[in-house]
Design a binder for this molecule. Sequence first.
Ligand SMILES: NC(=O)c1ccc[n+]([C@@H]2O[C@H](COP(=O)([O-])OP(=O)(O)OC[C@H]3O[C@@H](n4cnc5c(N)ncnc54)[C@H](O)[C@@H]3O)[C@@H](O)[C@H]2O)c1
Length: 329
Amino acid sequence: MIRFGVIGAGRIGKVHAKTIAANPKAKLAYIADAMPEAAQALSDQYGARVATVEDIMKAKDVDAVLIGSPTGFHAEQIQTASNAGKAIMCEKPVSLSVDLITQTLKVVEKNKTTLMIGFNRRFDPNFAEVERRIRNGDVGTVEMVTVISRDPAPPPAQYVKGSGGIFADMMIHDFDMARFLMGEEFVVVQALGAALVDKEIGEAGDVDTAAVQMQTKSGKIAVITNSRRATYGYDQRMEVHGSKGMVHAKNVHNSTVEVLSDQGYRADPIQNFFLERYSVAYANELNAFIEAVESGNHDPKPNGFDGLQAQILAEAATQSWKTGKPVAL
Ligand SMILES: NC(=O)c1ccc[n+]([C@@H]2O[C@H](COP(=O)([O-])OP(=O)(O)OC[C@H]3O[C@@H](n4cnc5c(N)ncnc54)[C@H](O)[C@@H]3O)[C@@H](O)[C@H]2O)c1
């Protein structure tokens, strides 16, 4: 039984608290939040106890810390938890500063901490199967990876201001997915972006519509497109083309029902957002983390290095968008 302290009782903290509470190998021991009433409400829901972040770090009856606080606190909280001997699952991105991630990973390495980063999409059964088919050689040598990711609606401009921008906040998942599927690192990044959905996002210095092209040393290409708008739900697709064929994963609909008439085929809408679309992925992610902690695996994937690489790509894309020039890594 792994005893968890959850830090952050916001959107993602709620998902993790629910997933931990439902897992027979996990105990939701404590929840901390900068707003104690948020921690209290979530604790009441699952029979956990409210604590401060400091208490969780020191608690003898906490084996693992799940960090779901805003991005700006992750690096410091990872370091504190690592020095306190806890296993750590931390949400993406690790930090908006590549230097701070590097420094944090040194602490993690020194303490031999089990650290996993919340790139939950690797644990989506469909996407995991795409990766398995690639490694199995089903499409031959991979030549091109395409990732499409569109949110149903933009976040409030206030959220955008502290998010690090679309490349670090949203596309970071797609950078990780592109690396996961490609199996090679990228050496050049080129980005375009515009605020076409919400003017306020543009005024906050960010974009809501973005496209990135990346290339590996051997010439393989990845294309990622993001939008903060999709009228038809949470659009999450990918396609990998190789020398022997193509493998792709489609969107998941609310049901498999289709109505056929002289007007054509009508399917149910696709699942609305990450809470629904990735509920199984979050549960699988937690299971992978628990297995790593139980088996003493200090380097479960996606690890700190994956977090670092994704942030390097996000930084390069941001720079490319701002300068209009490709960035070599
Ligand atoms: N993997 C995913 O699917 C996914 C989805 C959403 C968010 N995220 C990531 O999770 C993190 C949190 O995002 P969110 O959408 O849940 O934000 P949120 O604003 O909904 O929740 C953050 C919570 O943390 C609390 N908080 C603020 N400072 C704190 C501190 N120092 N210590 C503890 N708690 C603190 C806030 O009061 C708030 O309740 C971000 O890094 C985000 O990128 C990941």
